[in-house]
Design a protein around this ligand. Structure first.
Ligand SMILES: Cc1cc2nc3c(=O)[nH]c(=O)nc-3n(C[C@H](O)[C@H](O)[C@H](O)COP(=O)(O)OP(=O)(O)OC[C@H]3O[C@@H](n4cnc5c(N)ncnc54)[C@H](O)[C@@H]3O)c2cc1C
Length: 397
């Protein structure tokens, strides 16, 4: 990755040291309630991409605390903190679900780069990513759904010298810009007697063979810079390779991928609860007859967050019980976001039905939490598959 390398030169010396722990959460909350809140309506209604906010979050450290080596943040010797990364992203989602989603896109792209062990994607390149000086994304919905038997691979790779060339189109990849990059997977063309095999790599938007096309309008998430991406003989080699073979790599990072995404559900739920309390002084006398009151939802959310924080202590665990718990937490985050956003609308009444209201925006954001990969239906399918008892080998009759 050429440009990020240049940007990263001298990075370690110039980083004064980002924030950690509660100080980071406080600072992220200030950015969310200040500069992000100021543009959230434009993001939603006009599709304005809040790039400066993402870069500010990176400078604070919010995009890098889940990495094993936190030296680029000025935090050498400090362990990766997935719980803190999730809490930071949840504070962003509480104000703007679309920006919270892009924080996840970037955070999870960092996971791909770090866990790949590819030196071309580590070192100063990863340092620039962790600080939000370069911006990354993820095109992994299609492979995740394909591995779950829901879809088929949309990108195809063929061997070419020491590397591969890739062709195909991904219909939606968010958080993209001219010099951004994202992780993707292509199915390798194999002989019929070979087992299926894939290759995972970074796509740079400014590389030859990469074409972005506009997506149709969405009901929300318009500020996410979401594009269809067409690859024409895109070259994959040692400079951008993430994993080959892919399946063991995905097996190792799948829990982290899903767990980080819970932040969006937590934040959208908390934002909905916040808006219910705002109308309580005027409407509490009648809202008390509604279900899913803010105190009830808060208790459920707190219990869920406590469970997620426990799971976040072992983000790369691969045992079945852990994985089912992660999938279940992600599904619950989606379901709670749906219920909370709907209840907030019932609590707010007509004032929540205005196009300018954060309450109705959050209803649309909660729909996205429920349908983005892994969608609730996808999560339930995976939980059912993993929970199936292993039958003893059938005895031949
Ligand atoms: C705003 C937005 C941002 C997204 N950002 C990302 C991202 O950053 N990275 C990423 O990997 N994925 C992204 N996705 C894709 C998302 O995670 C899902 O994979 C996608 O919404 C399809 O899931 P599904 O459950 O509808 O698929 P299914 O219900 O299984 O649908 C079956 C198939 O039909 C296709 N399909 C359905 N409707 C249409 C349509 N109108 N036009 C074209 N195809 C259609 C779907 O793509 C899918 O392949 C984004 C989607 C949206 C709406």
């Amino acid at each position: 990755m050429g440009a990020p390398m240049e940007l990263a030169a001298g990075l370690r010396q110039s980083t004064p040291g980002c924030l950690d722990g509660e100080a980071l959460i406080e600072a992220v909350r200030a950015v969310a309630r200040g500069p992000l809140a100021a543009v959230v309506e434009d993001c939603d209604r006009k599709g304005i991409y809040p790039e400066s906010v993402l870069r500010e979050l990176g400078a604070l450290g919010a995009l890098g605390v889940h990495h094993d080596d936190r030296a680029p943040l000025g935090q050498s010797g400090t362990d990766a903190d997935f719980g803190l990364a999730i809490r930071a992203a949840a504070e962003v989602s509480r104000v703007c679900g679309a920006t919270g989603f892009m924080v996840w896109c970037h955070q999870v792209c960092g996971v791909y780069m770090e866990q790949s062990g590819n030196p071309n994607l580590g070192g100063d390149v990863l340092a620039a990513h962790m600080l939000g000086r370069t911006l990354g994304a993820t095109g992994m919905s299609n492979p995740m759904k394909t591995f779950a038997g829901i879809e088929q691979f949309l990108l195809k790779a063929r061997r070419d010298g020491q590397g591969y060339v890739v062709n195909g189109t991904l219909p939606w990849v968010s958080n993209l810009g001219d010099d951004h990059y994202f992780g993707a997977v292509a199915a390798l063309e194999t002989d019929t007697d070979e087992p299926p095999r894939e290759v995972m790599f970074i796509v740079r938007c400014d590389a030859p063979g990469v074409e972005r096309r506009n997506c149709p309008s969405f009901s929300a998430m318009e500020g996410t810079n979401t594009w269809a991406v067409r690859l024409n003989n895109y070259r994959v080699d040692a400079t951008n390779l993430l994993a080959d073979p892919v399946r063991p790599f995905i097996g190792r990072i799948r829990g982290a991928f899903v767990l980080l995404q819970t932040a969006m559900g937590i934040g959208v739920t908390q934002g909905a609860i916040d808006s219910m309390w705002k109308v309580e002084p005027q409407l509490g006398h009648v809202n008390q007859f509604l279900e899913d009151r803010p105190d009830e939802l808060q208790a459920e959310l707190d219990e869920l967050v406590a469970r997620i924080m426990k799971l976040a202590r072992m983000p790369y665990a691969t045992d079945q019980e852990h994985l089912i718990s992660v999938l279940d937490a992600r599904a619950q985050a989606g379901e709670l976001a749906l219920r909370a956003a709907q209840s907030a609308l019932l609590h707010a009444g007509a004032r929540g039905y205005l196009m300018s209201s954060d309450v109705q925006r959050r209803v649309r954001e909660s729909h996205f939490v429920a349908i983005v990969t892994p969608a609730i239906k996808h999560l339930r399918k995976e939980i059912a598959r993993l929970s199936k008892p292993v039958m003893p080998q059938a005895v031949a009759a």
